[in-house]
Design a protein around this ligand. Sequence first.
Ligand code: ADP
Length: 402
Amino acid sequence: MKSSTPDINLIINCGSSSLKYKVFESGTENCLTGGLVERIGAPDAVITHKACNGNPLDRISGEVKNHSAAISMVLERILGAGGFSKKQLKAVGHRVVHGGKYSEPVVVNDEVKQYLKEVTFELAPLHNPFNFEGIAAAEKNLPGVPNVAVFDTAFHQTIPDFAYMYALPYRYYTKHLVRKYGFHGTSHQYVSLRASEMLKKPLSKTKLVTCHLGNGASLAAVGSGKCEDTSMGYTPLEGVMMGTRCGDVDPAAVLHLMMCEELSMHDMDTVLNKQSGLVGVSGISNDLRDIIKAAEDGNERAALAFKMYCYRIKKYIGAYITLLNGADAVVFTAGVGENSPPVRAEVLKNLENIGIITDPVLNGAMISGREGEISSASSPVKVFVIATNEELMISRLADKMT
Ligand code: ADP
């Protein structure tokens, strides 16, 4: 019989000024509640407490001084009006962007905290310090409840050295840890598991190319459940073209532009990360919906940006099918992957000879969080659309670790 007071896991994703959270019933797939605190540190912060389908339950505005204050407000929502007791909290799962050497989630202790601060703050200065804030805030507000750190990079730690090394002088790897790390690992792992269920094949016997196409975008080659390569690199800038990020580019072109435009390192970083990709090429928007609409209205640069975006994904799919020596399925996930039939159609066009045959009707109907197959019955390689669920994956991993 199901307990009336089940254990729960609180899952936290801390950004510089925001905190997203979800609560799951431990040991199950049941999402119980969730929400978002925005503008932490500002006098007009907003906390939106939501049901799991996204419907707002409670919305208040006011000063939220720091992440610790944000967590205590979240706990008031969950443990007070939410009707759960502190005793039910089994674990707090934290999304941490960079795990450095860690290939698995870890239960946070002093040694882990020291490693995260000493090594990963330098590797991911824009993300890890804030993820760390979340851990510190949870420790302060919930003494005795284990904190589990789940890293975006961990799933990619199985990538072999010949794939993760850059062909730079070796000393930069040993001295500065410059290598491919990869990101979105929790999402690639979640959709790989789901795809093996949909294929009705054990994960240990599957070959998958997973395409996480959101604001940031990355692909992974997953053989026997292990990541063999991924498109993002030392940072989330490498790989396919994204909303505002350039993806792969000749480093010599970057040096040339810095010289002739007299750009500082900081300026160039802004160009590559914030002013490139779809918005940079189209001059219109980083949102594919705007790009597609403008292209339909005859805007040539929008049409070019759309083609470039899809072409680059297609190239990685081809490369990854080659290095896996075939694939059982290609998986599309995240905002664009789950919702954009035009992108999937363009990416998958003319791939019959490598075994991918798309069904246009199924592709057109697969939107708004729907999950299923969009390849034709005769397609040797299946194509799936799967709604990613990183928080659920973190909850499962937190269960495994506690
Ligand atoms: P994040 O990487 O921030 O988690 P998401 O996975 O939610 O992002 O993806 C957000 C992106 O999805 C946005 O850039 C948006 O352009 C894109 N997107 C959402 N719906 C559609 C759609 N119907 N067609 C094309 N792109 C879409």
